[in-house]
Ligand binder design. Structure first.
Ligand code: BJW
Ligand code: ZN
Length: 252
């Protein structure tokens, strides 16, 4: 026999599935939590998070990079290696499958790890860039590394300028393409899913707020409560690698 909390979770999954069944447009926002079960640490976990021993301003800002590019690059190279060795988990695969089950589907990710694409998701809007690409600080374009930069700091093959990871740091603008497409999807969706994000970082966190204002059903998937939880219509409390496949099952 199922205990009370299992019955309550079944009822929440049924409500979420019902909203998805009726939806014409679905918008999904994912954060670091969806990749946690692939072995990639989240940012804000006090013990295991990527910033557990650092101040974010010492690592993820243009000022930090200007001050000490080697220190910042070392952190990114360490994370790139972790990401290259990681595999998408059932949460990523469930979202790739969900795309085929609803008429219009937009997947916005704050993650820079490319795991949604590796799970088969198409047209992913990379809100905070992609850690595996290099960008030239001089030309501001995606760039190849020069041959002779294997030992020191990575340099652009075309102009010799310093390279940086193609991600969005604090104080930097979101790339306009993903930003506009994500805003349009959030404002026009019937169902908005917020998965594995602490909902603390803006403007990404404002997407759920836009969806709420526009009258969408907002579903949150997260083992912990967030600032979004009180406003969400359905809160599925648990890991996305477990709950998203169950949501798909409830849909069929
Ligand atoms: C699980 C799980 C499991 C665990 N299953 N879940 C308005 C108000 C206040 C501040 C601002 C504002 N507007 C802008 C700001 C400033 C700033 C900001 O938001 N600061 C806040 C900290 C207050 N924003 C910016 O600076 C942004 N830029 C900007 O606004 O520019 C303006 C501008 C305009 C025009 C010209 C110039 C400028 C840029 C933000 C960039 C964020 N960048 C980072 C780093 C990316 C590169 C890298 O990876 O190194 O993005 S910071 C970091 O946070 C990363 C993430 O994408 C982002 C969000 O984190 P996320 O994904 O939510 O992770 P966590 O760790 O916080 O949460 C994980 C969650 O998963 C938890 O809830 C767990 O419970 C859960 N979980 N296991 C499901 N198995
Ligand atoms: Zn260059």
């Amino acid at each position: 026999m199922k205990n009370d909390s299992a019955v309550a979770l079944d009822a929440l999954l049924a409500r979420a599935a019902d909203a998805l069944r009726k939806a014409k447009r679905v918008c999904v926002l994912t954060g670091a939590g969806i990749s946690a079960e692939s072995g990639i640490p989240t940012f804000r976990d006090a013990l295991t998070g990527l910033w557990a021993n650092f101040n974010p301003e010492d690592l993820a800002t243009p000022e930090a990079f200007e001050r000490d590019p080697k220190f910042v690059w070392d952190w990114y190279e360490f994370r790139r290696e972790l990401i290259r060795q990681a595999e998408p988990n059932p949460g990523h695969f469930a979202l790739a499958e969900l795309a085929g089950r609803v008429p219009r589907f937009t997947l916005v990710t704050q993650n820079v790890d490319g795991l949604h694409q590796r799970a088969g998701s198409k047209g992913v809007l990379e809100y905070h860039g992609n850690i595996l690409r290099d960008r030239c600080c001089v030309e501001q374009v995606i760039a190849e590394r020069s041959e002779d930069s294997r030992h020191g700091l990575p340099r652009c093959a075309a102009c010799g300028g310093l390279l940086r990871p193609d991600v969005v740091w604090f104080g930097e603008a979101i790339p306009p393409g993903p930003m506009l497409a994500a805003a349009a999807a959030a404002e026009s969706c019937d169902v908005f899913l917020s998965i594995g994000t602490s909902s603390l970082v803006y403007p990404a966190a404002s997407l759920a707020e836009s969806a709420l204002r526009a009258g969408a059903t907002v579903i949150e998937v997260n083992p912990d409560r967030t600032d979004l939880s009180p406003a969400a219509d359905v809160v599925l409390g648990g890991p996305s690698g477990l709950l998203l496949p169950r949501l798909l099952d409830a849909l069929s």
